[in-house]
Design a protein around this ligand. Structure first.
Ligand SMILES: NC(=O)c1ccc[n+]([C@@H]2O[C@H](COP(=O)([O-])OP(=O)(O)OC[C@H]3O[C@@H](n4cnc5c(N)ncnc54)[C@H](OP(=O)(O)O)[C@@H]3O)[C@@H](O)[C@H]2O)c1
Length: 376
């Protein structure tokens, strides 16, 4: 496995983005005294972007485990986006704060006094008109903004940053049969080599640079950071809107060509379709928050497959949807790469959803119907 990307090399693109993002930062170091002052029986976790697909599922798991949760949204007045909070508030203490990744200091209040911070919100708009600004710069700036709130709070014992498998596996690899672990980084130079950066290129770049810059900031400020790199995430969550992986994962049923193309694109550029169930991902994030010895990156992926295998399995499991194997096009039979979650499993984690059959269960189908993605 090549480690070409792992060193200090900095492309022009990286430097341009980092100077745009890092220019005005002033950091304050955390105060260890504050840490012991807020020890209470009920632990408090901040989850950013609580109206998102993954964050809403994480809030549910945390409340069910007895945590108090502070979450953030950009628009607390939107009834549609925030309607799931009522049901979640029935599970335990959940406070909602307004915060925007692009406003410096915006997360201070939500993070203040928290034991854990889960950085889930991120720009994920794959239709961005200016991907370098809207995805890369905004992603890195937003991540560092919340990290600085964690530094200021002085109470946060672990930050869990949700990165992506897209930060691991988008890199040129010869041949088949690669097993990628946490030492693998998507290749920023390769991704930014074309004349114009597309959103599909900007997204993995944003995730790589956010991870690397967050690690630096954590090290400089004594913050304990764990980064999770989830595969394409499927399953049901409390959020009443889902714009990212859910419509893409259900596109073989819905016939949504744009979403199916997203799935094909991921498979083609990463060498496989890697999947994880949202419940497994959120349980893994909580385990990594609570485990003092956890450190560094963790890939969270329970299945490496192909879009062709997915189409075949779904056609057999749900014949009423007439899944078209031909619609998948000329895709490989077997994955060229597999993602290893051995490090996560080594921490004592066990995946519940390991097969396509497990992941595409009735509750996922019902969620697709509730969101209006599936017609029946
Ligand atoms: N779903 C996947 O398959 C997958 C796989 C790997 C990694 N991830 C990562 O997981 C995280 C969550 O993804 P998701 O699938 O749950 O996506 P999602 O449902 O679209 O959630 C994204 C969240 O980020 C928030 N956000 C975006 N820009 C913001 C800003 N400027 N300020 C504050 N909040 C902002 C959104 O808020 P609004 O509702 O206000 O827009 C939304 O709550 C992301 O970091 C993503 O990169 C997802």
């Amino acid at each position: 496995m090549s480690r070409k990307n792992d060193g200090d090399h900095s492309s022009n693109l990286q430097q341009r983005i980092l100077s745009a993002v890092l220019g005005p930062c002033l950091l304050r170091s955390r105060s260890p005294e504050k840490m012991s002052a807020v020890e209470t029986e009920r632990k408090t976790a901040c989850v950013t972007g609580g109206n998102g697909f993954i964050a809403s599922a994480l809030i549910k798991i945390l409340l069910e485990k007895g945590y108090a949760v502070n979450t953030t949204v950009r628009n607390p007045d939107s009834r549609e986006k925030n309607s799931h909070f009522k049901g979640l508030q029935a599970l335990g203490p959940l406070k909602i704060f307004r915060a925007d990744l692009q406003e410096e200091g915006s997360f201070d209040e939500a993070v203040a006094g928290c034991d854990y911070a889960f950085l889930v919100a991120a720009p994920v708009n794959l239709k961005a008109e200016n991907p370098e600004k809207e995805l890369v710069e905004a992603g890195v700036r937003g991540t560092l903004n919340v990290m600085r709130s964690c530094v200021k709070a002085g109470t946060v014992r672990r930050v869990v940053l949700t990165s992506s498998a897209a930060a691991v596996c988008i890199r040129p690899l010869q041949g088949d049969g690669h097993v990628l672990d946490e030492s693998s980084w998507s290749d920023v130079d390769h991704l930014s080599s074309g004349a114009k950066m597309s959103p599909a290129q900007a997204y993995p770049i944003s995730k790589v640079l956010s991870e690397k810059e967050a690690s630096k900031l954590a090290e400089e400020n004594g913050i304990s950071l764990v980064t999770v790199c989830p595969a394409v995430t499927v399953g049901a969550a409390p959020a009443r809107e889902a714009h990212s992986s859910v419509p893409a994962a259900l596109s073989l049923f819905s016939g949504d060509e744009e979403m199916l193309n997203t799935l094909k694109h991921i498979t083609m550029h990463s060498g496989s379709l890697t999947l994880v169930h949202v419940d497994d991902l959120c349980r893994a994030e909580v385990l990594l928050a609570e485990k003092p010895a956890a450190a560094g990156r963790y890939i969270c992926c329970s299945l490496s497959t192909t879009i062709l295998q997915l189409a075949r399995s779904l056609a057999a499991k749900y014949p009423q949807y007439n899944v078209s194997i031909d619609a998948v096009g000329d895709h490989s039979e077997n994955p060229r790469i597999r993602l290893s979650s051995e490090k996560l499993v080594g921490e004592g984690f066990e995946f519940t959803y390991k097969s396509i059959d497990d992941m595409y269960d009735e509750s996922f189908m019902e969620y697709g119907k509730a969101l209006g993605i599936l017609p029946f």
